[in-house]
Design a protein around this ligand. Sequence first.
Ligand SMILES: Nc1ncnc2c1ncn2[C@@H]1O[C@H](COP(=O)(O)OP(=O)(O)OP(=O)(O)O)[C@@H](O)[C@H]1O
Ligand SMILES: [Mg+2]
Length: 235
Amino acid sequence: MENTGIKIENLRKRYGEGDAAVEALKDVNMHVAPGEVVGLVGPSGSGKSTLLKCLGAIIEPTSGRMTLGQEIIYDDGWKISDLRTLRRDKIGFVFQAPYLIPFLDVTDNVALLPMLAGQTNAVARARAHELLDALEVGHRANAQPSQLSGGEQQRVSIARALANRPPVILADEPTAPLDSERALGVMRILNQMALQYHAAIIVVTHDEKIIPTFKRIYHIRDGRTYEEAGQGRSL
Ligand SMILES: Nc1ncnc2c1ncn2[C@@H]1O[C@H](COP(=O)(O)OP(=O)(O)OP(=O)(O)O)[C@@H](O)[C@H]1O
Ligand SMILES: [Mg+2]
């Protein structure tokens, strides 16, 4: 099977049972091609985090189908036994806060995941340096996270999300704490990385600064997705 990016078909997620049940996702359909960055926008409680958690194999959907990269990971039940390895090797997470490990320097923060995935120290560090250079924080490779600015820390956390070359990157409000120029800088980097590493990227956001940059946006309302053409403003 070739790399399909992210494909979600008829996905449903119900929390709880009986009277207390919440239908968080009712019928979600999305496709993000390799190399594409799409926005996911919706009001509070519409199911955005639930969807990212299902895709990230953090919670189990109720029914439907999810394909990530080259494999069907869920089809009315998990299709793979080792969800930890899936999360580590196939999915890069970028959060609103960078969550860098404070006692590791910048290079080791990025090299840690490839090392856990079985790469040699030399390969993992070379990969870290390549990504840090691409993200224009290579000159801070030996610094401790606490010595970096907020924007620099966010770029290191993007390098970390990309370090295992995952076919899928899930970003939850990655630009919320950043000013306009840096928020657009993060979007420029995510778009470059999508093209360079053929990653399919979903960015959950409320951020009016970056919404005009998406070529395609999925709106989620009451557990259902609606696709819309975005402005695709150049970065
Ligand atoms: N663990 C849970 N148990 C029961 N209901 C839940 C649980 N997590 C979320 N929900 C419900 O599912 C619905 C979707 O929640 P979700 O967190 O996905 O929304 P969201 O779009 O991320 O909202 P926000 O923008 O506020 O972060 C909400 O009605 C929420 O109350
Ligand atoms: Mg949420």
